[in-house]
Design a protein around this ligand. Structure first.
Ligand code: ZN
Ligand code: ZN
Length: 411
């Protein structure tokens, strides 16, 4: 059967058109809209329409209503001439932007809902695609990636850790931060502050390293037997306190198997298993550096690396360091899900449920033929799994499958 009909693109485009006809009104202008570049991806089209500028939010809303893009973006940067070609734009600065995508987080559920297929020999498997096909050795795959509550929770947790670091360590006020659900697998965090605007690529790279906990070594955090002066404590600011807390949490939570898997050497492994409570007490109460009696320096480095990874936030390096980046515009539709990108108040993030809040299409049903989909949830209902079947679904669920190209409309 010809597969070009998967996704029923004209149908989806028509639904998006109906949506923007009434709901484009709810799209808000990003701050200083005149200085922003906008970009749009159309349905079926592969090229980005960019270098677009608007004088005010009404122009932006009309554009959405008239053109019905599949994806809408605006620049983190401010330009004196945002509609000009790149080299003539006149870069004035950029918000500091972070992207967290469940795709980059190793959630165990990927083995349940993701699949790959070798383009060369047709070998198939579940989970992430391997580096090379186990059957023919080639490295070109079709990948089918889905998301679930666990993926979205994992992304949210990374966003919460990021916010914590931005507020605690960098001292940004919540008013300078905006958190947006991306409409698909993750979150975007925008920092709007005069202190970040002028930062170039290298400075942003330093911030990324800090947030990802790169290069956090025990000896630089005061955790060494040679350490003189004040030892770090859980209460210290920055990574000095955070790394001790990281160690504490890691040692407290790790199973004996996880400890053994770190290959810390016989003596340290035995100490961690036998004297765990004592080590935790030292970290908590006394000079944390006295744990070097139980954990040798090499082992401590490895332990610290694993522990820091848990406290750091898994942000996408490229997005933050690119000072010309286009970022998804909140209150617009994501063409790969049919869900809304939306701003989430920081206080609401804990309880935020994208699979209920970001649903754009709430009325009606549609009949679709589904080739394959794992079980998924929208609102309080779960659907699927489906395989080669006809089914009538609420419009949001049908559009999700269509946007994922896993179904086509059946009339
Ligand atoms: Zn193969
Ligand atoms: Zn998942």
């Amino acid at each position: 059967m010809a597969e070009q009909g998967w996704g029923s693109v004209p149908y989806v485009a028509e639904q998006f058109r109906r949506f923007y006809a009434s709901r484009a009104e709810r799209v808000k202008a990003p701050p200083e809209i005149k200085q922003r570049e906008f970009g749009f991806l159309s349905f079926g089209g592969r090229s980005m329409f960019r270098h677009i500028a608007f004088d005010d939010v009404n122009q932006l809303r009309s554009h959405l209503a008239e053109n019905t893009p599949a994806h809408a973006y605006y620049s983190a940067a401010y330009y004196s001439a945002p509609e000009a070609e790149m080299e003539y734009k006149g870069w004035l600065g950029a918000d500091l932007v972070f992207d967290i995508d469940a795709d980059h987080i190793d959630t165990p559920c990927k083995a349940d809902h993701d699949r790959w297929r070798c383009r060369a020999c047709g070998e198939e498997g579940t989970g992430r695609a391997p580096e090379r096909c186990p059957s023919c050795g080639k490295a070109a795959f079709e990948e089918e990636t889905w998301l679930c509550d666990r993926c979205l929770e994992a992304a949210k947790y990374e966003a919460q850790k990021l916010l914590d670091i931005l507020i605690q360590d960098f001292g940004f006020s919540p008013g300078e931060l905006e958190v947006n659900f991306s409409g698909n697998r993750g979150y975007h965090v925008h920092v709007r502050s005069p202190h970040v605007r002028g930062l170039g690529q290298l400075a942003r790279r330093e911030i990324v390293d800090y947030i990802m906990g790169i290069g956090i070594k025990p000896e630089y955090q005061g955790l060494s037997s040679r350490m003189r002066g004040g030892p770090p404590s859980l209460l210290e600011d920055g990574w000095r306190g955070r790394s001790v807390k990281a160690l504490y949490d890691y040692i407290n939570d790790a199973t004996p198997d996880a400890i053994k898997a770190l290959k810390l050497g016989r003596a340290t492994t035995a100490n961690l298993l036998e004297h765990r409570d004592k080590i935790l007490r030292l970290l908590m109460e006394r000079h944390p550096s006295s744990i070097v009696r139980y954990v040798d320096p090499k082992a401590l480095e490895r332990l610290m690396e694993a522990a820091v990874k848990e406290q750091a936030s898994a942000i996408d390096t490229v997005v933050t360091t690119d000072v010309h980046r286009l970022i998804r515009l909140p209150n617009t539709l994501h063409g790969k899900t049919g869900w809304l990108a939306q701003t989430v108040a920081i206080d609401d993030l804990e309880d935020y449920d994208p699979l209920a809040s970001a649903i754009a299409f709430t009325d009606g049903t549609e009949r679709v033929y589904v080739r394959r989909a794992p079980r998924f949830r929208i609102g309080d209902e779960t659907y699927g799994p489906f395989e080669e079947e006809r089914v009538e679904l609420p419009l949001a669920a049908a559009l999700f499958l269509l946007c994922k190209k896993a179904a086509r409309v059946e009339r």
